[in-house]
Design a protein around this ligand. Structure first.
Ligand code: DGY
Length: 311
């Protein structure tokens, strides 16, 4: 039984698949797998381990005798679950293991954008640092500031917990804060009161472009936006329009509206930090993701209930 893995993953995942007697085809390369290569190589495979960058739709599901799709990510907006269900293909994801790493990155972007760290780095490299100055690169005070979490799920809560340690007050829209002292508010209210808005909700048809021009006009001119969820939930060209005249102060982005193609207007701005989808990129987390994806695959192919079934 053959399994296609569409990118190199931590060796532990490959070992688990091989130990289960599966033949593993790992496609390596710096870019996401080409659609034509995916359609070709999935032929003859009973299992597929895709990345969030691979569109797994009816055409892919029909290209091989697929029984299981074990996504190597928690987000699964790239999977057509209805098509998988219709074909009896089991789908799984990797929740939980990347919560801390992603919340750490949200916090890193929050801190760096709020305190203008990257702008400062560029200034120093340009040779423009002429000494300490009371008015240079003043940023946001976190203690006493309001963090608005849009999507209080696992990662939203973990980010909120971290921000609480910095003295921030919490409000949220959607989700459950559990033990956290966070006030539930409407989205417009949150946008109007938050010093930092951090996005943690999945990409769905109704959330595509949710944070656009209207949202930016509702935000404060000193506010910071952080996006570590999915790129298309933000309208990046409206974001550039809002950042340019200082309608909002800054942004820290890990994901982009059009995949790795970053809105050119954003590239030209100093008050936005652009990260290459690093949310779960720690050695330990990527190891756990590979392990979980492989365990899901082995369980499902063996006829057991996989730990993280989503379809
Ligand atoms: C996910 O898991 O959904 C991330 O975006 C990749 O780590």
């Amino acid at each position: 039984m053959r399994v296609l893995v569409t990118q190199e993953i931590d060796p532990i995942g490959l070992q688990i698949l091989a130990d289960a007697g599966l033949e593993v085809d790992v496609r390596a390369g710096p870019r996401p797998i080409d659609r034509a290569v995916l359609l070709d190589r999935v032929g003859g495979c009973v299992g597929l381990v895709p990345m969030p960058t691979d569109r797994i739709d009816a055409a892919v599901l029909d290209a091989g005798p697929l029984r299981v799709v074990a996504q190597h990510a928690v987000g699964f907006d790239n999977l057509d679950l209805a098509a998988a269900r219709a074909r009896g293909v089991i789908c799984t994801n990797t929740p939980g293991v990347l919560t801390d790493a992603t919340a750490d990155l949200a916090m890193a972007l929050l801190l760096a954008a709020s305190r203008r760290v990257v702008e400062g780095d560029r200034l120093v490299r340009r040779g423009e640092f002429e000494g300490w100055r009371p008015t240079m690169l003043r940023g946001l005070d976190l203690r006493g500031g309001v963090l608005g979490i849009v999507g209080m799920g696992r990662i939203g809560r973990a980010t909120a917990e971290r921000a609480q340690a910095f003295g921030m007050t919490l409000v949220h829209h959607r989700g459950d804060p559990q033990e956290l002292p966070s006030l539930p508010v409407g989205l417009d209210e949150l946008l109007g009161m938050a010093d930092v808005v951090s996005l943690h909700f999945p990409l769905r048809p109704e959330t595509r472009g949710l944070i656009g021009a209207a949202a930016f006009s509702a935000m404060n001119s000193t506010a910071v936006l952080v996006n570590t969820s999915r790129g298309p939930v933000v309208d990046d060209s409206a974001l550039a329009e809002a950042l340019r005249p200082g309608q909002i102060a800054a942004a820290g982005l890990d994901v982009y509206a059009h995949g790795p193609q970053v809105e050119p207007a954003l590239l030209a701005l100093d008050n936005v930090i652009l990260a290459p989808h690093l949310g779960s990129a720690t050695r330990g987390t990527r190891r756990k993701m590979a392990e979980l994806a492989a365990r899901n695959m082995v369980a499902a192919l063996g006829g057991d209930v996989p730990p993280n079934r989503i379809a």
